[in-house]
Write a protein that binds this ligand. Structure first.
Ligand SMILES: C[S@@+](CC[C@H](N)C(=O)[O-])C[C@H]1O[C@@H](n2cnc3c(N)ncnc32)[C@H](O)[C@@H]1O
Length: 297
């Protein structure tokens, strides 16, 4: 989405009670069912309320999605569409996005809180912009971050397939990755990741716009992280697998529970040992270790 000064931005937001079990997933699901992509939905919590928002350049597009959502009559969820002033838009994420605990050792800190949020003994990932998937608030990202942290010390180089905001590359760098490759099919995500790397004074990643399916490299990696939708994981499984060094790690996330057995079955055909599964109310992630055995892929 272009952020030029004269761009109109429309915010469609659903707001509900943060204590209501499963509500964030329901609200996200409603937006996705209405035609949005997961990556375009931003979740935030503030003062006991949870909100999921999406942003549009074209009012008519926002209104179409709003109409579908209102037709579904969500119980105890407020639906709001408003035009943001350029000033509001540039500051919006700063209001809604607060520091939070991502893993046992790492907090995510919006750069607006860089000077005010300084807990002792915690590592901090600064996020400068949330205009790509990967604030860390989504379960698929936090599962990945935890799997990476738990594998700390066992990998030197790391490949982030579908880097989005770049958050997983930063988690990997905090956990001992000496060399990081981050790719995304979407140029705007690569730009966002670049800004977030800069906010963390991190300049060691090789960041590229690339579709993993056709990405040409002779390298294999100690840890490959792919947080993609289930159908893409299945479609790209051979290519993703081929990027993992024998004996090393592959983490998959972005798997909705209804697709979990399909994904596990697809990857069961490859020489991989399941090391750990993380499962929530709607999503699952898996950590595999590639066996040493040489195979044709
Ligand atoms: C769910 S987001 C994950 C973002 C971040 N890695 C995280 O875990 O929060 C998936 C990302 O993968 C990217 N993507 C989708 N298909 C891809 C492909 N074939 N090759 C590379 N990136 C892809 C999307 O543009 C998006 O940024």
């Amino acid at each position: 989405m272009s952020l030029g000064k004269k761009t109109n931005i429309y915010e469609l937001v659903l707001v509900g009670d943060a204590d209501r079990p499963g509500l964030p997933e329901i609200m996200r699901g409603v937006l996705v069912n209405a035609g949005l992509q997961e990556k375009d939905v931003i979740e935030s919590r503030i003062d006991g309320r949870i909100s999921v928002s999406s942003y549009f350049n074209v009012k008519r597009n926002a209104q179409k999605i709003e109409a579908k959502i209102r037709a579904g009559r969500l119980n105890k969820v407020a639906v709001r569409l408003r035009r943001l002033e350029s000033r509001d838009w540039q500051n919006k994420w700063k209001e809604d996005f607060r520091p939070f605990r991502l893993t046992r050792r790492i907090d995510v800190v919006p750069t607006a809180y860089r000077h005010s949020y300084r807990p002792k003994g915690r590592k901090k990932i600064y996020i400068d912009t949330v205009l790509a998937f990967g604030t860390g608030l989504h379960e698929t990202t936090s599962f990945m971050a935890k799997l990476i942290e738990e594998t700390a010390g066992k990998f030197k180089n790391f490949l982030d397939v579908g880097t989005g905001s770049g958050i997983l590359s930063l988690v990997a760098a905090f956990n001992g990755a000496e060399a990081v490759w981050a790719i995304d099919i979407d140029k705007s995500c690569v730009e966002v990741a670049q800004e977030n790397f800069k906010a963390n004074a991190y300049s060691s990643a090789q960041l590229k716009v690339a579709d993993v399916g056709v990405w040409k490299t002779n390298q294999q990696f100690d840890f490959v992280a792919a947080n993609l939708i289930s159908d893409d994981l299945i479609r790209l499984k051979k290519k993703i697998f081929s990027l993992v060094k024998p004996g090393q790690y592959l983490a998959l996330s972005g798997i909705s529970l209804e697709n979990f057995s399909k994904v596990k079955k697809a990857f069961a055909a490859l020489p991989l040992r399941c090391v750990q599964i993380r499962q929530g109310s709607r999503w699952a992630a898996v950590l595999y270790q590639r066996t040493q055995r040489k195979t044709r892929t």
